[in-house]
Design a protein around this ligand. Structure first.
Ligand code: SF4
Ligand code: SF4
Ligand code: SF4
Length: 610
């Protein structure tokens, strides 16, 4: 039977000769899209202004059809690479994995899948918003939540809830377990977009990968390349890197800071020594004095020491650590984690000369005589004053001395600061929230209940404090009065009754200069018998003599330095951290590293010319 059918079947084909053809000449279809299903996978379309050049599409492509190409018309800027993907349609198998992983959601596929060209170069294209073929502007395939290859949700951080948290100074965030840390590390695509935004340019993808691999020694080594204070940063860094994380384009950014903390919390002491002690290999090249034991001073000390210099660090207070030690409350950064960072510096031979205030106990000129170079990183130890009616009342307190006293109390080195049953805090930054939340805890301890109002010029959506500070403060019962300016302190029978306020309509002018505008018709009073001022910090340049100031440039109170932190007018003097850039721990760390390299270059060139 089968043989018979095969013999006659060619003749049967003749019946089609009289039917309407189902194929069309190319001229008829070249300008119109072929009919296709809704999610057809045709040539790609990419919104180039939305694409961030992360390269995830190229990385995943199984046929290596995608090559990232640098675009001359795109500037280097934070949050993106100036590259965009090009597709080789000689290789593409239209699997759409590139679309499913695209971090920004810019890459999709059109309904065009016919490209009639004799020129093979035309099969190699950088997709733009439409593809130059019929149907190239019609959306074909886009990812769905089911096909999305990114994990958009971050591993949850175990934390103490607000009502419980305010009853003590115990650290709120508990830290990731190994499973949580690895799950979080797995979300990183290694694109390096965050690196440029981190002021210290930390090796972020490398240490995240080390977490994923379970190699904590490698994680430590990667972190210390540009940041010798990972414990401090893992807790309280302003994590600017996370604001640009590629995963954050459509989901929650990778918890870069918490992964750093995971490494610090879990790396045993012996591992620190094994990984980090080795670099100190050529001692005795010169002597450097570091003034100030905050982030910038500690960072410079570490790198100078690993370059072989003898380092003496002068600190006015009994302990080094700066704001991390005497400002940030223990519920955000416990002493144990801070100590881990600091102890390593002592182990590698940095000498801490505490209770020694430069400008008072020893002069800057004496340091100049005794050392080959001096690095100034004395920070902003003073609170900025606020001119207010009755502002000199004894129950008006300032942020920095209050936080230092409260921190001493938390570590058992001082009395409990005296807090009123109802208090008002002026300010909207992290320091103001630290003050307010510290008062809440002290009130809980003293009275069993708490009442703190925080008054800020900025409305809640533009508060300078980190969102997590705001949310945690609110969860602890902080009363936030955002968008109000302080007008004066109201007294009754010699005691503070509260803070008079006026509605603030705007904080900045069109040029983004600080220029608050108030509505005098909207006035009020916020009750409290103590008022705390937390509206900024100031430096204390008491070590500069009039002779120094003739040569050294200060602008707006900030010391003027070159790219390596060298002070203009005094080549032996370097400066960094808050006295140069303003309050930010990670900028201080980056400054310390930069200045250490600058000092090394200066001393090397000096010895060559000697
Ligand atoms: S569709 Fe698949 S093969 Fe084509 S470029 Fe995208 S990932 Fe590569
Ligand atoms: S994955 Fe998306 S955002 Fe990243 S380079 Fe590719 S197209 Fe651009
Ligand atoms: S943390 Fe985010 S931005 Fe940084 S490498 Fe990973 S995915 Fe990219």
């Amino acid at each position: 039977m089968e043989i018979k059918k095969d013999l006659f079947s060619p003749l049967k084909a003749w019946k089609y000769a009289f039917k309407t053809p189902v194929s069309f000449p190319m001229e008829d279809i070249k300008d119109r899209p072929r009919e296709s299903q809704d999610n057809a996978r045709g040539f790609h379309i990419n919104d180039l202004s939305k694409c961030i050049g992360c390269g995830a599409c190229a990385e995943i492509c199984p046929t290596e059809a995608i090559v990232m190409v640098k675009r001359k018309d795109l500037e280097e800027k934070e949050g993106e690479h100036p590259e965009r993907p090009t597709m080789d349609y000689g290789r593409c198998c239209f699997c759409a994995m590139c679309v499913d992983i695209c971090t920004s959601g810019s890459l999709k596929m059109s309904k065009a899948y016919v490209l009639n060209t004799p020129d093979p170069q035309k099969l190699y294209v950088m997709p733009e918003e439409s593809f130059p073929a019929p149907g190239g502007d019609i959306l074909g395939y886009d990812k769905t939540p089911e096909s999305d290859l990114l994990d958009l949700k971050r591993a949850e951080m175990p934390a103490v809830a607000g009502a419980q948290a305010k009853k003590s100074f115990v650290e709120i965030l508990k830290g990731y377990s190994m499973e949580q840390a690895r799950a979080e590390a797995a979300r990183c695509i290694g694109c390096e977009i965050c690196v440029k935004t981190c002021p210290a340019n930390m090796h972020i993808p490398e240490y995240i990968d080390a977490v994923w691999q379970g190699d904590l020694a490698e994680g430590l080594a990667q972190m210390y390349k540009t940041n010798p204070l990972p414990g401090i940063c893992g807790s309280i860094c302003t994590h600017k890197c996370e604001t640009v994380c590629a995963i954050g384009k459509r989901g929650e950014p990778v918890a870069i800071r918490w992964l750093k903390r995971y490494i610090v919390d879990n790396a045993p002491e012996a591992m620190y020594e094994e990984v980090l002690m080795a670099p100190v290999s050529k001692p005795g090249q010169g002597r450097v004095a570091v003034v100030g034991g905050g982030a910038a001073g500690l960072s410079a000390s570490y790198y100078l020491r690993t370059m072989g210099y003898q380092v003496d660090l002068y600190e006015a207070k009994p302990l080094v650590g700066g704001v991390a030690r005497y400002g940030v409350p223990a519920y955000r950064l416990p002493d144990e984690r801070l100590n881990k960072d600091v102890e390593l510096l002592e182990k590698i031979g940095v000498k801490f000369l505490v209770n020694t205030k430069v400008g008072q106990d020893i002069t800057l000129d004496a340091l100049h005589d005794q050392y080959d170079a001096v690095f100034l990183a004395s920070g902003l130890p003073q609170s900025r004053a606020l001119k207010l009616e009755n502002g000199d009342h004894p129950d008006v307190r300032y942020a920095m001395p209050f936080l230092a006293a409260a921190r001493d109390y938390q570590r058992g080195a001082g009395e409990m600061p005296d807090v009123a049953e109802k208090a008002v805090v002026i300010g909207g930054g992290n320091v103001a929230f630290d003050v307010a939340r510290t008062i809440l805890r002290l009130q809980q301890k003293k009275y069993g209940h708490s009442h703190v109002s925080l008054v800020s010029l900025e409305t809640r959506d533009i508060l300078p404090a980190d969102l997590e500070e705001i949310e945690e403060g609110e969860a602890e019962g902080l009363h936030c009065h955002c968008g109000f300016g302080p007008q004066g302190i109201e007294l009754f029978q010699g005691k503070i009754r509260g803070l008079n306020t006026v509605k603030c309509l705007s904080v900045f002018d069109e040029q983004r200069n600080f220029c608050p505008v108030f509505d005098p018709e909207q006035k009020g009073m916020i009750e409290g018998s103590q008022v705390y001022v937390a509206v900024g910090q100031m430096n204390e340049h008491t070590y500069f003599t009039p002779e120094h100031l003739e040569r050294i440039a200060l602008k707006g109170g900030k010391v003027q330095v070159d790219d390596w932190g060298q002070v203009k007018g005094a080549p032996w003097l370097f400066a960094g951290g808050d006295i140069v850039h303003g309050p930010d721990m990670i900028h201080g760390i980056a400054d310390g590293h930069k200045a250490a390299r600058g000092i090394d270059v200066y001393l090397q060139s000096r010895s060559e010319t000697a």
